[in-house]
Design a protein around this ligand. Structure first.
Ligand SMILES: NC(=O)c1ccc[n+]([C@@H]2O[C@H](COP(=O)([O-])OP(=O)(O)OC[C@H]3O[C@@H](n4cnc5c(N)ncnc54)[C@H](OP(=O)(O)O)[C@@H]3O)[C@@H](O)[C@H]2O)c1
Length: 264
């Protein structure tokens, strides 16, 4: 790692809580590998006014490069950005934020791209596949957009809260009018089953999908990174399905995050 100096650019991984984050470690390794003079640290910020205060603060920090934005700030940060990529605007969520030289803030949404890259890097095909997606939060939304961009044949989405499910379905239909989408149901007759909820993070969480509907040759994929073998992935393995852990998603988007954050 380049020693920290007055020229070092500062980056943050922003969340609440931040104790479980893995992005700073991975990005700092990538900074070193690419001889980039930057350092990323976890920054715990409570939702609400504190998030607005954070955004105002980084505008006046001249050596601040940008941030990776994680739970629960991905939608709230949108209105604090000056410009958004098309996908961030369409999805109404941001997971990377860059401070420009004129102190303005640009947001993009890369975790769906990372998830799709992770599947492709593991040799999986998305084009023409039927996907069952559990969740309608920030990660699910980003993944749904990226799956649509990768030409999935059909996406079934399920979520605990119907209003968020409706919102995601509406946004997706607006951006991809020809995409086949349905709500609820179960994973039967799907090729890829994805947990994009936060269920699995805590020990006593219920499973995000009923394991009775998991069977080969389905691929069962996770967004949850810790633990790596979530209860869902264990149940999928027991049912004879192939599995794909949440770590692939982060690995798949590291390079895209680096390029975004360090762009001049
Ligand atoms: N691997 C990676 O690189 C990566 C990247 C991004 C995120 N993630 C992980 O993805 C997960 C979700 O993040 P997010 O940004 O989408 O969070 P979020 O916006 O807060 O969404 C959480 C989702 O989980 C659902 N959920 C939470 N508790 C639930 C419960 N008890 N029962 C049923 N559903 C429940 C929510 O349903 P409701 O809508 O009903 O609340 C919502 O669909 C987190 O674990 C995060 O760490 C991983």
């Amino acid at each position: 790692m380049t020693p920290i100096s007055g020229k070092t650019k500062l980056f943050a991984t922003l969340g609440h809580p931040v104790t479980h984050v893995l992005t700073p470690q991975k990005l700092n390794t990538l900074f070193a590998k690419r001889h980039y003079d930057g350092v990323m640290v976890p920054v715990g910020i409570a939702p609400g006014q504190d998030l607005a205060t954070f955004a105002a603060s980084i505008r006046v920090m001249q050596n601040f490069g940008g941030a990776v934005v994680t739970v629960p700030h991905k939608t709230a940060i949108v209105s604090l950005c000056d410009r958004l990529s098309h996908r961030a605007e369409a999805a109404g969520a941001v997971n990377v934020l860059r401070r420009e030289a004129d102190s303005s803030l640009t947001g993009d949404l890369l975790d769906g791209v990372g998830f799709v890259n992770g599947l492709k890097n593991a040799g999986e095909v998305i084009k023409d596949r039927r996907i069952f997606l559990a969740g309608a939060g920030g990660a699910a939304l980003a993944i749904a957009f990226a799956l649509a961009e990768a030409d999935a044949a059909h996406i079934t989405i399920t979520n605990r809260s119907q209003d968020k499910l409706d919102d995601l379905t509406t946004r997706l239909k607006k951006s991809f009018p020809d995409l086949s989408i349905s709500q609820n149901g179960n994973p039967d007759k799907h090729d890829i089953v994805i947990n994009a909820t936060s269920l699995g993070l805590r020990e006593n969480d219920p499973l995000p999908v009923d394991p009775a509907h998991l069977h080969p040759p389905m691929l069962v994929a996770e967004v949850v990174m810790v633990p790596e073998q979530t209860p869902l992935l264990k149940a999928a393995s027991q049912a004879g399905c192939r599995t794909h852990s949440g770590r692939h998603m982060l690995a798949g988007q590291l390079s895209a995050i680096f390029d975004f954050l360090t762009a001049e």
